[in-house]
Design a protein around this ligand. Structure first.
Ligand code: SAM
Length: 217
């Protein structure tokens, strides 16, 4: 995809999602895409390889949750895979401290290489398995904990609170929208409350997604 088409699709996608990104973000996302596709030719990082799909399903979907992350100073992305949503969010929020954790070493190797290639500081890739014991796992707590396509919601809400600082929040990016009553019930089971929940559609395919935010108490 040439630069102009990438810029057009990014602008129209962001506009459809209601998010704003700086002018420097497009070229950096293009570089991230080039790294991802280069690595993916040798190492299986993602099944999504068509450039327009990478832009929509990885980059724009990651940026769709900017409203839920805005204001945070630290972000922990558990089960980040090839860096989603943490890497695109970092590109838009340069002062955010981001830790991306995955249990698969080659994915973490990619995250580290991509961050270095983009000249990002304040990004840490961590090869670890999250099982609810951050101290022994060496995983730092953060103000905002996020995951996309990591676990089903009840398991995620059981695991997540251990990784959040006091007063912080847990963000769940869900592939399939859950009714409000379901979110409330799953939160209550874990002594959490629903701070917000909204559905959105990806701008080109129209695929439905949901983002829900939880806090303790
Ligand atoms: N969040 C990325 C995305 O949306 O593109 C990756 C999603 S992928 C379906 C789930 C990822 O979670 C995989 O990369 C897997 O290696 C990782 N994973 C699974 N269980 C894990 C655990 N207990 N701790 C850390 N990573 C885990």
């Amino acid at each position: 995809m040439d630069n102009a088409r990438f810029a057009d699709l990014l602008a129209s996608g962001c506009s459809a999602l209601g998010v704003t990104v700086g002018e420097d973000v497009g070229p950096r996302l293009q570089r991230l895409m080039a790294e991802l596709l280069k690595w993916n030719a040798k190492v299986n990082l993602t099944a999504i390889t068509a450039p327009e799909e990478v832009l929509e399903k990885h980059f724009l979907d990651s940026l769709a949750v900017l409203p839920e992350v805005t204001g945070a100073t630290t972000l922990l992305d558990l089960g980040a895979g090839a860096g989603f949503p943490g890497l695109p969010l970092k590109l838009v929020m340069p002062t955010l401290g981001v830790t991306l954790v995955d249990a698969v070493g080659k994915k973490v190797a990619f995250i580290k290489a991509a961050a270095a290639s983009l000249g990002l500081t304040g990004v840490r890739g961590l090869h670890a398995r999250a099982e609810g014991k951050p101290e022994t796992e060496g995983i730092p707590r953060a103000q905002v904990l996020i995951a996309r396509a990591f676990m089903d919601l009840p398991d995620w809400l059981g695991l997540a609170p251990a990784y959040v600082e006091e007063g912080g929040r847990v963000v769940a990016m869900l592939g399939k929208a859950q009714p409000d009553a379901e979110l409330q019930a799953r939160a209550a089971e874990r002594n959490l409350r629903v701070v917000s929940a909204r559905s959105y559609r990806l701008p080109f395919s129209g695929a439905e997604r949901q983002v829900a935010v939880f806090a303790k108490g």
